[in-house]
Design a protein around this ligand. Structure first.
Ligand SMILES: [Zn+2]
Length: 144
């Protein structure tokens, strides 16, 4: 964990307070309850943060469910509740760090992808490599 990573986590909370920055307001988030306003941060998404109607802060881990090919549905899990921004910060850092650890670079295009966007698959020439869904289609002829 570097200082830069810590600053990024703090930026996410600042952006949430102002509803500005790179946060994306999420209107249809599986696992969310009424009265919660969720935003996603990072591209690909690293962490989900929400305000509730009664002014609590929630921090959640993003995930994607595939409901049929090409229809990913974002959901939130492992929700942590915090009373203040200072309470929320460690959860933002932890969830973000754990999520970033699951990202992998594609064998073909070298793009960094979250786990829902890549497969571990056999490649021509032998061996198993991480291949993003885009390259699975264009390089390996797989269909999602
Ligand atoms: Zn790729």
């Amino acid at each position: 964990m570097t200082d830069e990573d810590d600053e990024q986590a703090e930026d996410y909370l600042t952006w949430l307070e102002r509803f500005s920055g790179e946060g994306q307001l999420l209107e249809h988030l599986a696992g969310a309850e009424p009265g919660q306003t969720w935003c996603s941060y990072g591209d690909p998404i690293e962490v989900l943060v929400a305000y509730t109607e009664d002014s609590r802060l929630l921090v959640g881990r993003p995930g994607v469910q595939w409901n049929g090919p090409a229809w990913p549905k974002l959901h939130v899990s492992k929700i942590v509740e915090a009373k203040t921004r200072a309470d929320a910060l460690p959860a933002v850092k932890r969830i973000r760090r754990n999520r970033l650890r699951t990202f992998r670079r594609c064998y073909y295009c070298n793009e960094l992808n979250p786990p829902e966007w890549f497969e571990r698959t056999a490649v021509p020439g032998g061996g198993t490599e991480v291949v993003c869904h885009s390259c699975c289609g264009s390089k390996l002829g797989m269909v999602f």
